[in-house]
Design a protein around this ligand. Structure first.
Ligand code: MLT
Length: 421
């Protein structure tokens, strides 16, 4: 691999350094491009543009590789707890037993939310989307937790997000909020805050808690995706951690990003309500004029398969079998999955089921309400967002400020209102 790139503009030649990462990815460093040539680059959606050098997550879209701090997603999903993965992402190494116990103890210590925040929360309408509530409440934390350094605020957010997430569910079902219990692990605690009521405790099923643990790991980080890039850009202005994460939650809420898992289930329910004929919808997906798009298939980075989808598919099959779920929507999902994995139209276009396709199925099987699916994605992605935000600050990266090519009106004289047509 060459250590510089040469650009020819007219009769001039320019050279720019090439950098190569630890996984042999290479990039042309164009930091001096505009100063030397007067040109900028343009790359709508930044698909070919690196925003940073990061040591947190490596993914290879062609080979379907995903690693966090060098550990494969397959091993982490199979052998680690979500808190171990969160610790690895945020602090750089897998925790020792003592470190994990201390981390978990800190999270339990900070799991309550300031009761005055409930006044903000009570102001939301019952049908407010939980992602709107969550991003607002996270942003509001900057007003209630004004002391402490970034490390304390990272622990506070990690500790309180499941609590805030359960509040948004309780509001939507008109039930009083539950409180965290120090006797439960992170995932079980979230489930009991969601489903316990003043009348009855919630008995956490090990199958459900284990599946949730795996789901959160599979969503923990994914290099410079839309919401992570948002967190980094907001953080680059030295805005607070809470403001940066709130912005990330808002970016994740979009149906093209974290909202895709909710869109998957809504698509499956629409097919069921229309008679459940999956072959009709497979045909529509192939017909460009139908306006119908299969949600939860393919991926903008993984060209052949999403490694997380393979892991989550296995977990979905296990959960459905263990819980004895017989849900017509899930049957439709299995028919669409079979079509996508066998039909040449989808195989040729790499439209394989992705992580959103299967996560929606598992969340539904776990009894998570559809409008909370993306909130679960946010709980999983939180340690990744915070690790990336922490790295940006540690590396003292400059404020993000992309350029543009102007394509509007050229200079023209002002027109008095009386003379405007
Ligand atoms: C993610 O995990 O953030 C999604 O797969 C989207 C992406 O990586 O672009």
């Amino acid at each position: 691999m060459s250590d510089f790139a040469e650009l020819t503009l007219g009769d001039k030649k320019f050279q720019f350094p090439v950098i190569t990462g630890t996984e042999q990815e290479s990039a042309i460093d164009i930091a001096k491009l505009r100063d030397q040539t007067g040109y900028i680059t343009i790359d709508s959606g930044y698909k070919n543009t690196g925003a940073t050098k990061s040591a947190i997550t490596f993914l290879d879209g062609e080979l379907g590789i995903l690693r966090h701090r060098g550990y494969s997603i397959e091993e982490l999903a199979d052998k680690a707890s979500f808190l171990e993965v969160a610790y690895l992402l945020i602090y750089g190494e897998l925790p020792t037993e003592a470190e994990l116990a201390s981390f978990e103890g800190e999270l339990k210590k900070h799991s309550l939310v300031n009761e005055d925040m409930r006044k903000i929360f009570e102001g939301f309408p019952a049908d407010a989307h939980p992602m709107i509530v969550l991003s607002s409440m996270v942003n509001a934390m900057a007003a209630f937790y004004t002391d402490g350094d970034d490390n304390l605020n990272i622990v506070r957010l990690m500790a309180k997000l499941p609590n805030l997430a359960s509040w948004s569910y309780k509001k939507s079902v008109g039930e009083p909020v539950s409180y965290p219990k120090d006797s439960l692990d992170y995932c079980s605690n979230f489930l009991q805050m969601m489903f316990a009521t003043p009348k009855a405790d919630y008995q956490v099923s090990e199958v459900v808690s284990k599946a949730l643990n795996k789901l959160l790991i599979l969503h923990a980080d994914h290099e410079q995706n839309c919401s992570t890039s948002t967190v980094r850009l907001v953080g680059s202005s030295q805005a607070s951690l809470y403001a940066s994460i709130s912005a990330g939650i808002n970016a994740l809420s979009g149906p093209l990003h974290g909202g895709a898992n909710q869109e998957v289930i809504e698509m499956l329910e629409a097919i069921k309500n229309d008679g459940g004929d999956t072959s009709k919808y497979v045909a529509m997906a192939k017909d460009k004029n139908s306006g119908f798009r299969l949600m939860g298939f393919g991926h903008r980075v993984y060209k052949n398969f999403d490694p997380r989808a393979r892991i989550i598919k296995k977990a979905a099959d296990e959960v459905l079998a263990a819980l004895g779920i017989n849900d017509p929507v899930l049957k439709i999902a299995q028919e669409l999955e079979a079509a996508a994995l066998s039909d040449e139209y989808f195989v040729a276009r790499k439209l394989y089921p992705n992580v959103d396709f299967y996560s929606g199925i598992i969340y539904r099987a776990l009894g998570i309400p559809t409008n909370l699916f993306t909130v679960l994605f946010a709980i999983g992605r939180l340690p990744g967002w915070m690790a990336q935000w922490k790295e940006l600050k540690a590396n003292k990266e400059p404020i993000g400020r992309p350029r543009q090519v102007y394509v509007g009106e050229t200079e023209r004289p002002f027109v008095a209102i009386a003379d405007r047509k």
